[in-house]
Design a protein. Structure first.
Length: 138
């Protein structure tokens, strides 16, 4: 997949990819960013949660399950006292509203994230920063 990221000013960049949508990117304030875009680690978490959400919906839909809403919140453990400031564990809090059970959602999430995983982003990240999830049925 090809994307292009172009510097606008200082730490501010704009990315564009196949979807032809501009993605504003900026560094954290403490290194000189000015809040003009999303920080790269945030983009990673949007990617993981978005990919998991899409593939979770797909997996449940294929099983004939009715899903009204999916919401995924992320959190993580991260090394912050040295560089690189890598994530060591990622947590997903998955809320699903619909005609599904917790076990059905967990089974679908296992297909989505692990071995080999239908969400390539989560599968890849899980190899380096293990992903754990918690499910709530609304």
């Amino acid at each position: 997949m090809k994307v292009r990221v172009k510097q606008k000013e200082d730490f501010h960049f704009v990315g564009i990819g196949p979807a032809r949508r501009e993605v504003p990117i900026d560094a954290a304030n403490y290194v000189g960013g000015k809040g003009r875009g999303i920080r790269p680690p945030e983009l990673l978490f949007h990617s993981v949660a978005g990919c998991v959400g899409i593939h979770l919906y797909e997996a449940l839909h294929k099983e004939g399950k009715h899903v009204e809403d999916i919401e995924i919140e992320t959190d993580a453990e991260r090394i912050t006292d040295r560089y690189p400031k890598v994530f060591t564990k990622i947590y997903l809090f998955v809320k699903v509203k619909g005609d599904v059970t917790e076990d059905e959602v967990k089974k679908a999430l296992d297909k989505v994230i692990y071995d080999p995983g239908t969400c390539s982003i989560a599968y890849m990240v899980n190899q380096i920063a293990p992903i754990e999830y918690r499910v709530e049925i609304l």
